[in-house]
Ligand binder design. Structure first.
Ligand code: AP5
Length: 208
């Protein structure tokens, strides 16, 4: 299975990807996670990415495309993948199409998780992550268990003013990709409102 997971920041892509992985056994390729790992490691890529991420801007295409091309060559990506947060621009979508064509494989679908802007800030500002397991929580909708509540952290780019920039970048640069995939008959839209379990059930129904 080769899937793209799209949707605005905070739509629930990471939350749902974690649930789908156990069901489908494909690898989860999240460019956001890859950039955050590079930032944590203090690599040159991380330093470059951090400048853009903390401003709510996209990391330049040349950097992002090179990173994903290398990741797709790894053995675990040969069995299939769930791309989360990539592509995010038209040039990224074109580069992905060229890479898949060169490998003689095709996308199975593009899931677009739809959540209106009005819900996004609350979802993102309340997000907390367990640094040991990567599990995503929310202070109100999915509070961390008491045993780990003291160690959960907030992402630096989850400040309200940065969220608004990320949302603007989504509408200006990422949403225009959807019609490209729609024209190829690949898009399935999923309502991202409701509980995480309800959203998972909708996604599973679409995938079935
Ligand atoms: P990235 O990490 O990809 O962030 P994003 O797309 O903005 O998405 P998020 O991770 O914020 O949200 P999500 O949809 O995964 O939601 P989640 O499940 O956590 O990118 C970060 C940055 O990296 C970008 O801004 C950019 O700078 C750079 N970058 C990454 N990829 C790039 C690319 N391809 N090109 C250029 N730059 C790139 O859920 C959010 C919260 O809501 C959680 O607290 C969760 O518990 C809660 N929640 C989830 N589902 C529900 C529900 N159904 N009801 C209530 N609450 C819910």
């Amino acid at each position: 299975m080769r899937l793209i997971f799209m949707g605005p920041p905070g739509a629930g892509k990471g939350t749902q990807a974690a649930r789908l992985l156990s069901a489908f056994g494909v690898c989860h390729i999240s460019t956001g996670d890859m950039f955050r790992a590079a930032v944590k490691a203090g690599t040159p890529l991380g330093l470059q990415a951090q400048r853009h991420m903390s401003a709510g801007e996209l990391v330049p295409d040349a950097v992002t495309i090179g990173l994903v091309r290398e990741r797709l060559k790894q053995p675990d990506a040969q069995r299939g993948f769930l791309l989360d947060g990539f592509p995010r621009t038209v040039p990224q979508a074109e580069a992905l199409a060229a890479a898949l064509e060169a490998d003689g494989v095709a996308l199975d679908g593009v899931l677009v998780l739809e959540v209106p802007d009005a819900y996004i800030v609350e979802r993102i500002v309340g997000r907390r992550t367990d640094p040991e397991t990567g599990t995503i929580y929310h202070v109100r909708f999915d509070p961390p268990p008491a045993a780990i509540a003291a160690r959960v952290v907030q992402r630096k780019d989850d400040a309200e003013e940065v969220v608004r920039e990320r949302l603007a970048a989504y509408h200006a640069q990422t949403a225009p990709i959807v019609p490209i995939y729609e024209a190829r008959g690949l898009v399935r839209r999923v309502d991202g409102l409701g509980t995480p379990d309800e959203v998972t059930a909708r996604i599973q129904a679409v995938l079935a």
